[in-house]
Write a protein that binds this ligand. Sequence first.
Ligand SMILES: NC(=O)c1ccc[n+]([C@@H]2O[C@H](COP(=O)([O-])OP(=O)(O)OC[C@H]3O[C@@H](n4cnc5c(N)ncnc54)[C@H](OP(=O)(O)O)[C@@H]3O)[C@@H](O)[C@H]2O)c1
Length: 286
Amino acid sequence: MATGELAGKTALVTGASSGIGRAFAQLLAARGANLVVVARRQAELDRLAAEVTAKHQVKVEVIALDLSNPAAPAELHARTEGAGTAIDILINNAGFGTHQYFLEQPWDKVREQLQLNMISLTELSHRFGAAMAQRGRGHLLNVASIGAYTPCPTYATYSAGKAYVRDFTEALAHELAPRGVRVCCLCPGGTESEFHQVAGQTVPGWMRAVAFMSADKCARIGLRALFGWRRNVVSGISNKIGMWFLRFIPRRMIVWIGARSMGQPRLAAPAAPAAPAAPAAKADGA
Ligand SMILES: NC(=O)c1ccc[n+]([C@@H]2O[C@H](COP(=O)([O-])OP(=O)(O)OC[C@H]3O[C@@H](n4cnc5c(N)ncnc54)[C@H](OP(=O)(O)O)[C@@H]3O)[C@@H](O)[C@H]2O)c1
């Protein structure tokens, strides 16, 4: 039997198979919450489920789902709220970036990213937010990024998408507060996870050492803000100071700083030039 202040509650964490999402799931289970964990990699979710049930005696439901599929949010809602599992805490964490120039990315990859990072997150907020508002209580945390503060060349759609998440979440927090639902946005800076490997970005070791925090610390900051009625939190003091100073910097310079700090992406190999056409053989052999 689980103990802790969240015993009897159920938390749904998207992107729980690694990084910050995995840390959210571990921390919520440690506080007694039952879990619904979602991502594409079933084996990683099963491993997490085995670990937290053994350690904290909570119930864990594993749902392997590709949230970049437009039908996935409705399916997730049907398999939880629709099947009688009330979700008290929703952590919209799943997301990815691609370290690449906009035009060098295949359109399908861009569409997949926008669908996952923005549309699915919004639909999940809508579906689960409605159920929470109806019950007059609930907690909803959307994970953005410090990229939400800086238009960022080589992460153009990612940072723009995260700006959307931040603005949307703060507005939703205002709307849902009178209905008993606490809504918060977490803006992490560099965090140890699979994010940069997935994005195809090589981060220098010195930068990891100086500027990165652990996924556990980042998730703790997010939960403290969510349960503390905060509407937006930037992870870590140096990120907070950096984001505060941005308000005094001309926007064009912010874009330049963003471009400099991300570095050059590994460009996709240019397409091989077409081989010159062989002269057509003449039928008469001349
Ligand atoms: N790490 C950073 O420096 C950093 C900084 C700012 C913001 N963030 C944000 O933090 C959040 C968590 O990222 P992370 O750093 O923990 O990276 P991560 O280790 O790569 O985790 C991303 C999670 O999202 C899941 N995911 C990706 N595509 C999915 C899909 N189509 N459907 C369902 N789940 C999917 C992944 O699981 P599967 O692969 O198993 O599907 C994984 O569990 C993201 O929203 C990211 O944008 C991270």
